[in-house]
Write a protein that binds this ligand. Sequence first.
Ligand code: ADP
Ligand code: MG
Length: 253
Amino acid sequence: MISLQNISKQFGRFKVLTDVSFSCNKGECIALIGPNGSGKTTIIKSILGMVIPDSGTITFRGKSIANDYNYRSDIGYMPQMGRYPENMSIGQVLGMMKDIRKIPENLLDEDLIKSFGINKLLDKRMGTLSGGTRQKVSACLAFMFGSQALIMDEPSAGLDPVSSEILREKILIEKEKSKLVIITSHVLSELDDLITEVIYMQDGRMLFQKSLHALRKDTGEEKLSRAIARVMRQQDESDGLQEARVNTSELRN
Ligand code: ADP
Ligand code: MG
């Protein structure tokens, strides 16, 4: 459904993404993980056309997204930091988005609005909201238009545990409908039982893309956080081994 081929991006002299390629299909729930600053948000923004890569191609449903904005209506996006007109009320923001998207009222998905209790807060101005409530509004908007692909950037950052669980259950329901879900998170524990695949980023490069099943099998670890830790250790060890080989061959020469 979404495919990246050899995507690179530089901000000034700083390389943020180097030759990133991966594909993801509908029905999958993909965890895009990696340390802070490894390029996760830049990848997501590139998929959404908010960042234009220096090189490489991104396709959505087989078509390049370059110079074509229509594909975006099929992606529900929850940004890491939602920015809204501070003077508008929650109700006005929701109304404005409905006007822009022009989707019949009966096709709107307002489940999260109900379960987060947003209906009671419609008159509150965006500028007065706590970070968590702002996140809830972002989540409501991401799911509201029934998009076939859902991209969420650190969705549970700032959410209280009950709201996190509500969001998690909603993600599971949508995943069962064969949608594509991409989630970035640095809290690995909340991704267990949710995801089918892992893409691991480091310093702007993709280190691996693996199914959760393969990751568990390869590492013998059930928990995602432990499995990732083990892969990283293996990586360090093989790097160390390679260095040792280089050093010994240098000694011989
Ligand atoms: P992550 O989401 O994995 O934490 P980001 O994709 O947000 O990482 O950022 C990757 C790196 O790119 C960071 O070092 C960040 O400071 C830098 N970066 C992101 N956006 C910009 C920008 N618009 N201009 C300059 N540097 C940027
Ligand atoms: Mg980020």
